[in-house]
Design a protein around this ligand. Structure first.
Ligand code: ZN
Length: 265
């Protein structure tokens, strides 16, 4: 069996602000754009490293999206990071699914996670991308897979994590066996429905999301991805934004056909 859980990078979970009370943690570390809340058992040196990574990628991802903010993440507008004592506490206290290495509330700019994970930079890049992507395109409605795909892409681009994110064996096989998630179904997956799915489905969901964005960039170009984001920002729905960003794509059906063909060649 292939190492399914390592096919893609960070598995994260998007939470909705309203039902999510802010948990109490013991200690605080503040920087220009972040307030890090952490359990007293978490080493200060680790938290300090997290702070440096956060500040670095706040700049990098903002520049990548060419985002000009009306309001910087300063003072009361800083993002918050919560680090639990361990995975168990993370799951019980923050109510994040156990399969997710972190979860994010992008509306309130809050990231929940736990320490001693392999390549924390990859996790931070992924979660910060969720927040900054939504800051750029707005809180409009579009499918979860696109949110995840953009975060996986940035993680792939900037993290030195050696996990074989670009191993497309799973998705190629799913296409060959016609067991991939059809685009019409993929579009319906929400954070809520994904949270209750078995791990194999979650794996397939992330692999497929990443494979779609990778397809756009490799078959067309990175500019096409940024054009897609630009049209979302202007209020187009996802299907129209894809067609406007890539002239040769005409709607979801055509998109699915071309994406499948790319992985069958
Ligand atoms: Zn994510």
């Amino acid at each position: 069996m292939v190492r399914l859980s390592f096919l893609v990078g960070v598995f994260s979970f998007i939470v909705l602000g309203v039902s999510f009370a802010e948990p109490k943690t013991d200690r605080l570390l503040k920087s220009d754009h972040f307030v890090i809340n952490y359990h007293e058992n978490v080493e200060y040196s680790y938290v300090s490293e997290v702070k440096d990574i956060c500040e670095k990628y706040y700049r990098v991802i903002t520049q990548e999206f060419r985002l000009v903010r009306d309001e910087a993440w300063l003072w009361a507008n800083r993002a918050k990071i919560f680090i639990a004592k361990d995975k168990e506490e993370y799951s019980s206290k923050f109510r994040c699914p156990i399969w997710a290495t972190a979860c994010v509330n992008y509306q309130d700019k809050v990231i929940y996670t736990y320490p001693d994970q392999e390549n924390f930079a990859a996790i931070l890049i992924h979660e910060l991308t969720h927040i900054i992507f939504r800051e750029y395109v707005g809180l409009g409605k579009f499918p979860l897979w696109l949110d995840e795909a953009v975060s996986l892409y940035m993680e792939d681009k900037y993290s030195d994590d050696s996990r074989p994110r670009r191993d497309f064996t799973l998705i190629e096989r799913a296409i060959a066996e016609n067991s991939y998630i059809k685009l019409t179904d993929l579009n319906k997956v929400t954070a809520l429905t994904l949270g209750s799915q078995p791990k194999d489905y979650v794996n397939l969901f992330y692999s497929e999301a990443f494979s779609i964005v990778y397809f756009i960039i490799k078959k067309y170009s990175q500019d096409n991805l940024y054009r897609l984001m630009y049209f979302l920002r202007r209020g187009y729905d996802c299907e129209d934004a894809v067609s406007k960003a890539v002239y040769s794509i005409r709607g979801w059906e055509d998109f699915e056909t071309k994406w499948k063909r790319f992985y069958q060649e």
